[in-house]
Design a protein around this ligand. Sequence first.
Ligand SMILES: Cc1cc2nc3c(=O)[nH]c(=O)nc-3n(C[C@H](O)[C@H](O)[C@H](O)COP(=O)(O)O)c2cc1C
Length: 402
Amino acid sequence: MSEFRDKLFSPAKLNGLELRNRVIRAATFEGMCPNGYPDERHIKLHREMAEGGVGMTTVAYCAIEADGRVKREMMYMHEGIRPQLEQLTGSVHEAGGKISAQMGHCGNFTQNPDFQGKRPLGPSRKINMSGIPFGLAFAGAMTHADIDRVVQCFHDAALFLKSVGFDAIEVHFGHGYGLSQFISPKTNKRKDEYGGSLVNRMRYPLRALEAVRKAVGDEYPILGKIGLMDGVKGGQEIDEAVEVAGLLDEGGIDAVITSGGTSSMSPNLVFRGDNILPGLIKVEQNWMLRLGMRMIGPWMFKTYPYEELYFLEGAKRVRDRMKNAKLCYIGGSTTMESLETVMKEFDFVQMGRALIKDPAFVNHAMADPDYVNGCDHCNRCATMISHPDGIRCVTNDEKKTG
Ligand SMILES: Cc1cc2nc3c(=O)[nH]c(=O)nc-3n(C[C@H](O)[C@H](O)[C@H](O)COP(=O)(O)O)c2cc1C
């Protein structure tokens, strides 16, 4: 076996956890929790990942509390969901894989009609554009008591996720969700100790990390997904991302995943390739949101051309800042050549679309050095996040039905 294949497909440790290889299925919102509970399709999807050979699969967006959901159709951590989650983790373990949970809180970016609080809360007051159709237009600024409460939610959710059988936790520090709203100078306008300098803006995210660590113990792996850049004027840029990662490293994170873009301001930057706006408009059930996307979408949904390993340079800069934490690369690794580059530079790789295209990527690539995945980053999978059927590779399905 060549050197890179040897590294990619051999067991690797992430804190106290051994993965059978270095391929981790990225969190890609499944859209398979119709009433906030993962159903059999959700379990099948992650089991297929394990059967297809990945070292670890990641369950997307496990909201730490009910009001941490972006959409009603997301799961949030509470005892009522224990049986479904135990079935999910058990099924992945049976198939020989490991399973991680991505913990998220939406902060002020929500479109959840069941929202229970008075208003969505983030670092600073703002208009929550996508919440307008749901009567959630005005977002308030979190008080210190609000911050303390949500930090406790991170702790409790981590304890719960470990107890239902997850092998690792991935904290979402990126993509414009709650923690990244504090990190970004675009959205954090606070004048207290949670705003201003980067050290201040990182205070709440680091408290969340500390709470998660306290809940799960020293041996348990915690990954953190960060943004290399927001992709909007006045947003967080790469220099600060390097420092964000450095502070997380010093805060005891085990691996940093270097993504970019935000769901609220620059969604196409997360994946690049074909613009997801037309597909999202087609699938959206709420007419007001559809109208809003038609009117404002073209400003928000800028197109970014796809290239393999589009976050490579940023990820290298972050890696150079790491003292203890591992670096998990994400963003446009679909070819064996790309994976060779990633393995030369980094410890782990997370893959999203290539594994939606072919859940057995790892098994196929292990058996055939000339394996070609064929994901063409049409991004139609990403437009399915609001579809009642959940995400899938639309191109594969079209081929099947002729
Ligand atoms: C259908 C779909 C859903 C996604 N949902 C999430 C999500 O819930 N959380 C997250 O952090 N990233 C999400 N992403 C972004 C991916 O995790 C990943 O960052 C992105 O697809 C780039 O990796 P790739 O080139 O390997 O696909 C999603 C991507 C896709 C395609």
